[in-house]
Write a protein that binds this ligand. Structure first.
Ligand SMILES: Cc1ncc(COP(=O)(O)O)c(C=O)c1O
Length: 392
């Protein structure tokens, strides 16, 4: 490993990140290759971004074509590529209108502004404990984990938290003074926690009664990752707003706020905006992602292979009951909760040339590219099994 790179990083950058000690040369498909020629299976795909892996030929082609025309015009113009992308996005989300952004946190801020404008300053906005919604002030205030908020107070007013999956807490806190509830129907950063059907059903019932807005934060768990377009599609619940980002840009910065027809008139012209949001090059890459995932059937493979992946992991769990506490998630969004901190296993797996992530201290987070094959999964399973043996 090139120590120089780390010394330079230390010298030049604010120390916000704990970088992985690999000097990457390039990526191909589901693999990352370092400058010494080592090839790694990347099973967290740039934190759920690289749905089609690295250097996907269709993305390279679409991006090259678009950038040779124009990389950026500003949202003073509407372009063909934005229209084509928006049509596909709305078609597969059952929503009516879209606002394009650069990132997850910008999508959350857009949704928050829309809610405040519609519902006024006094009503309460809720998110769930253990949630993660982003790093800007609104998104950070919504985030239900103290470690991300501590030291940044004062936060935004009138934002509170409901205990994850607690129907009792839901009934205690929700009433006619509720403006909105933000939910990751499968929490990512919080440790791959799946919202229960019971909780979702009661949330929907309460919305019928009080008329508040349900926001599905699908930034990590959307765009087919769970084997359905969005994680709320596993439940009998229809959100009023979907926020998305990460995978929809195929590796380029892109996000979206999607709304139902009912909310389509809240922002008048000039009330909200962005310079880079909906960048044409990002939209060109995003169009390829949506086409592959939804129109070409990649999502069905994720659903089928996800079932296989879970069944095999559960077999491994039986062999290592002292190590593995629980396996959670859906499709290609998998959390393996360990009975101890996870970083040491991440390191052992990395030595075996498999890249995974650990969140919430003891949850291995597996987020394979959606193009991963059964062979890739088997390679992961073999090395995970071997790594657990080494841990003994
Ligand atoms: C569920 C969820 N919401 C919001 C965000 C923030 O997205 P971004 O990092 O693109 O601002 C993330 C990022 O990890 C996320 O996982």
């Amino acid at each position: 490993m090139n120590q120089d790179l780390f010394a330079k990083e230390h010298q030049l950058f604010l120390p916000t990140y704990n970088r992985i000690p690999i000097n990457i040369s390039h990526g191909r498909g589901v693999h990352l290759i370092d400058k010494d020629g080592n090839k790694y299976l990347d099973f967290f795909s740039g934190l759920a971004v690289n749905a089609l892996g690295y250097a996907h030929p269709e993305i390279v082609k679409a991006v090259s074509e678009q950038i040779s025309k124009f990389a950026h015009l500003s949202n003073n113009y509407i372009t063909d590529i934005q229209i084509e992308f928006a049509e596909l996005l709305l078609k597969h989300s059952n929503m009516s209108k879209v606002f394009l952004t650069n990132s997850g946190t910008e999508s959350i801020e857009g949704a928050l502004k829309l809610i405040r404008k519609k519902e006024g300053p006094d009503k309460k906005i809720f998110a769930l404990t253990d949630s993660f919604h982003g790093r800007t002030y609104g998104a950070m205030t919504l985030t239900g984990r103290e470690k991300y908020r501590h030291g940044f107070e004062p936060l935004l007013p009138n934002i509170f938290h409901i205990k994850f999956n607690s129907v009792e807490d839901l009934y205690e806190k929700i009433n006619s003074e509720t403006a909105a509830v933000f939910v990751e129907f499968i929490q990512g950063e919080g440790g791959i926690n799946v919202v229960s059907r019971e909780f979702a059903d009661h949330l929907a019932l309460l919305r019928n009664k009080y008329g508040f807005i349900i926001v599905s934060d699908s930034i990590q768990c959307g765009i087919g990752r769970t084997g359905k377009p969005y994680s709320h599609n596993h439940l009998n619940l229809y959100p009023d707003i979907i926020v998305t980002a990460k995978a929809i840009g195929g590796g380029l910065p892109l996000g979206a706020v999607l709304t139902t027809e009912k909310l389509s008139g809240v922002f008048e012209t000039g009330k909200h905006g962005t310079t880079f949001g909906g960048n044409p090059v990002s939209c060109a890459a995003g169009k390829v992602v949506l086409h592959e995932v939804f129109e070409n059937g990649l999502i069905n493979e994720v659903a089928a292979l996800g079932d296989y992946f879970f069944s095999q992991l559960n077999e491994i769990k039986k062999m290592f009951p002292d190590d593995i506490k629980e396996i959670r998630g859906k499709g290609f969004m998998i959390g393996i909760e360990l009975n101890y901190e996870g970083q040491s296993l991440v390191k052992i797996m990395r030595d075996k040339k498999v890249l995974i992530n650990c969140t919430n201290n003891n949850v291995l987070r597996i987020l394979p590219p959606l193009i991963s094959t059964k062979n890739d999964i088997d390679f992961f399973l073999y090395n995970f099994h071997e790594s657990l043996k080494l841990k003994k």
